[in-house]
Design a protein around this ligand. Structure first.
Ligand code: HEM
Length: 152
């Protein structure tokens, strides 16, 4: 059971953080030469699919993370420092994602429907900054989660 929980936990982390890495460092520069409306609509289609995946990853991370803590480690008393750090960073990432989802992503869709491309570009910029922050937090969290058993 422990093996299944940690495997699912790691898969969810890889998918969320790997998706942000691809979007930020590979896809973003590649869309640079595109005209505004095409570029914005491409991001809209990307985000629609990716954000659904992020919601699923969050559910899996929480269920498996707390499943390991309460089902295997005997609660927080049995959890090392790395688990507390991972939880704090993980929750910060989730709150940032919730903000991104309910504020700039909602606005971006509304403005694209109204063909307000300048306004939509500002929302895309905000999403980019939040994803950039979450990418850095995610890379740190993965390092802590994966290495912590040797020091936590
Ligand atoms: C938010 C609540 C979270 C909780 C309660 C939690 C809990 C845990 C626990 C209990 C372990 C096992 C550690 C051990 O056996 O020493 C673990 C491992 C790990 N976690 Fe989390 N975690 C959370 C969020 C995250 C997030 C957001 C990420 C990455 C984005 C992440 C990435 C990892 C990784 C990479 C491992 C190591 C897997 C391996 O051994 O290969 N965790 N987590």
């Amino acid at each position: 059971m422990a093996g299944v929980l940690i495997a699912l936990h790691a898969e969810a982390a890889v998918i969320w953080v790997g998706g942000m890495f691809f979007a930020y460092t590979i896809l973003r520069p590649a869309t640079g030469p595109m005209a505004g409306p095409d570029r914005l609509n491409l991001w809209r289609r990307n985000f629609k699919a990716f954000f659904a995946v992020v919601w699923a990853a969050i559910v899996v991370l929480l269920a498996t993370g707390y499943g390991m803590i309460f089902g295997i480690m005997g609660g927080f008393a049995g959890a090392g420092l790395h688990i507390h750090l991972m939880q704090a960073l993980g929750i910060a990432m989730m709150l940032l994602f919730f903000h991104l989802y309910f504020a700039p992503w909602k606005r971006l869709k509304r403005k694209l429907d109204a063909e307000d491309y300048q306004g939509a570009a500002a929302d895309l910029g905000q999403i980019r900054r939040i994803v950039g922050t979450n990418l850095i937090l995610g890379l740190i969290t993965v390092s802590i989660g994966a290495s912590g058993r040797y020091w936590g």
